[in-house]
Design a protein around this ligand. Structure first.
Ligand SMILES: *Cc1c(COP(=O)(O)O)cnc(C)c1O
Length: 223
């Protein structure tokens, strides 16, 4: 199928899920371009997409270099960032979705020349293969981040486990949303925590139903 048709289908399900959601939130569609070439990114730009994500820093830099006007778009790094790679990429991105270690935060503080919008990645299900801290660790971890002036905690991010029942996935997204509200209610200066990055191709309607404000969609757009 063409990207244009895929995009229209995704937009349609976003608006349906938004109508049914309890929060009536704005949802930002992030196109995850990790499996496609820069030419496909250009096509996506033609179709009006403006938020792009990669899970590896090298790939993100490669995509940006292929676009003369990359500054006019919003760039998200959604995968784990190794400490030694922070300096190459941190000032090129608008959002980092996978903050889960103080060591990474220290390196960001050292290398950033602007405030970096970060999502704290949470492993809600406790699945062993997933990155992220547990729900119980979220508040102490975010309090600890107050020492880093370069870090602005915009929200929480999670990935649902593969192959789980929709009811279960909905429950995980709902738990993340509760935690996000809990943190937002603390009104910490470095952690407004108003956003929820959750939902991928298979589960973004469920994520929207639970309050997602950023969804990260790859295969449903580009396959
Ligand atoms: C690849 C990836 C996505 C997109 O996954 P799809 O199933 O292709 O939509 C979203 N989030 C992260 C962190 C990813 O690595």
């Amino acid at each position: 199928m063409s990207l244009e048709k895929n995009l229209n289908l995704v937009k349609e399900s976003i608006s349906q899920a938004s109508i049914q959601s309890s929060r009536h939130q704005e949802v930002t569609l992030i196109a995850v371009t990790k499996t496609v070439s820069s030419d496909v990114v250009k096509e996506a730009i033609q179709l009006g997409l403006s938020h792009f994500a990669e899970n590896r820093s090298e790939k993100l830099i490669e995509k940006q270099e292929a676009l003369e006007d990359y500054h006019t778009f919003t760039w998200h790094l959604i995968g784990t960032l190794q400490t030694r790679k922070v300096k190459d990429v941190i000032n090129r991105i608008d959002y980092f979705h996978a903050l889960d270690r103080i060591k990474t935060a220290q390196e960001i503080q050292k290398r950033a020349t602007k405030t970096i919008n970060c999502f704290v990645q949470v492993n809600v299900s406790g699945e062993i293969s997933k990155q992220g801290i547990s729900l119980d660790e979220v508040e102490p971890f975010i309090r600890d981040l107050a020492q880093f002036s370069a870090i602005n905690v915009v929200g929480l991010m999670t990935m649902a486990p593969n192959g789980e029942e929709p009811e279960k996935i909905k429950e995980y997204f709902g738990k993340l949303a509760l935690k996000q509200q809990e943190i937002a209610n603390l009104t910490m200066k470095h952690a407004p925590c108003t956003e929820l990055s959750m939902g991928m191709s298979k589960d973004y309607p469920l994520a929207i139903s639970q309050g997602a404000t950023f969804i990260r969609v790859g295969s449903q757009l580009f396959d």
